[in-house]
Design a protein around this ligand. Structure first.
Ligand SMILES: C[S@@+](CC[C@H](N)C(=O)[O-])C[C@H]1O[C@@H](n2cnc3c(N)ncnc32)[C@H](O)[C@@H]1O
Length: 307
């Protein structure tokens, strides 16, 4: 039995759900795309709002998350599809849908994925260094990357995707250790990273940034987000809305610039929306959430506020 099979109820709690509904304003009968179904929190809230005639097309790359989401949303009109959100246009086309009324992405990974040791996302659990959202369809795991890349490429990866200032030291140590062993597990990599960093340890485990960087690289997260932002102007109908919740500055920057610079988007949020005190207290994950919302312009000449 896998870790996930032993626990059907999802651990993950969706963030900013009321704010998403408030800003996307889904109407009964609408068709909405949820590009990151996760445990189904936003999917369910959206499906209730568009009922009885409307429906949600909900995508996730991770088959284990889709199973959790299906169980959590039984009885609602949701079409779950195992796909990446940057393939949304073809998923919609296959269903005869040219345009949706609204769309959401809630980026990153769920608390369930983080808690499943066998998925290798967390350095707090001993497990294989995997980190693929779709382990069947993606070829290269985090272990494959860590053991394949040269020191310079590893350092660049940790620096650009993890904003890790000791990236070169960590990369050099990894390459040195690889001479005598293959780095296979989460705990072994975390140990190597901790030993590479000089001085006293701060409150954040030094492995945090390296693990974030590897997850982004393994799943090609930033490129997929950029591709989605470009394609979404084609399948969100003029006047339709897109909400994106991000959890680190690299993602937020991409969303902010796309909404500001692409003439087909009209940003509705000057500053990102963040969680209220109560949600922050109840769900620590919400503390780093930032949501930006934009409207698909009716025409490209519309005058938009500066972000
Ligand atoms: C933060 S969780 C979403 C949580 C969800 N909104 C909820 O309320 O339960 C992010 C989800 O996005 C999925 N994901 C990450 N990258 C993806 C991609 N490119 N395409 C589709 N799903 C993706 C992950 O597998 C994960 O289940």
């Amino acid at each position: 039995m896998s870790d996930s099979e032993s626990n059907f109820a999802a651990v993950h709690r969706g963030v900013l759900i009321a704010e998403v509904i408030d800003r996307l304003e889904p109407k009964p009968g609408a068709i909405v795309l949820d590009g990151t179904a996760g445990a189904g929190g936003h999917t369910a809230a959206l499906a209730r709002r568009v009922a009885p005639e409307g429906r949600v097309i909900a995508l996730d790359r991770d088959p284990e998350m889709l199973e959790l989401a299906r169980k959590a949303t039984e009885g609602l009109n949701i079409d779950f599809v195992r796909a990446s959100y940057d393939d949304a246009r073809s998923v919609l086309a296959e269903r005869g849908i040219e345009h949706v009324d609204a769309a959401i992405l809630d980026l990153g990974l769920s608390s369930d994925q983080l808690a499943w040791a066998h998925r290798g996302f967390s350095f707090q659990h001993e497990g294989p260094l995997d980190m693929r959202f779709d382990p069947d369809r993606q070829r290269e795991s985090a272990a494959d990357l860590v053991n394949r890349l040269d020191a310079e490429s590893l350092a660049d990866l940790f620096y650009h995707y993890g904003e890790e200032r000791f990236s070169r030291r960590i990369a050099r140590r990894i390459v040195e250790i690889r001479k005598s062993e293959r780095i296979e597990t989460t705990s072994r990599l975390a140990e190597i990273v901790r030993k590479s960093i000089p001085g006293k340890r701060g409150p954040i485990d030094p492995a945090t940034r390296v693990f974030q960087a590897l997850r982004i690289a393994v799943n090609d997260e930033l490129e997929r987000l950029r591709a989605f932002l470009t394609e979404a102007t084609e399948f969100i109908k003029p006047g339709g809305r897109l909400a994106i919740i991000s959890f680190h500055s690299l993602e937020d920057r991409i969303v902010k610039h796309a909404f500001r610079d692409d003439p087909l988007w009209s940003p509705l949020t000057r500053k990102p929306i963040t969680a209220e005190d109560q949600e922050r207290a109840e769900n620590p994950r919400s503390r780093s959430a930032k949501m930006r919302v934009a409207e698909r312009c009716l025409n490209t000449k519309q005058i938009r506020p500066k972000d």
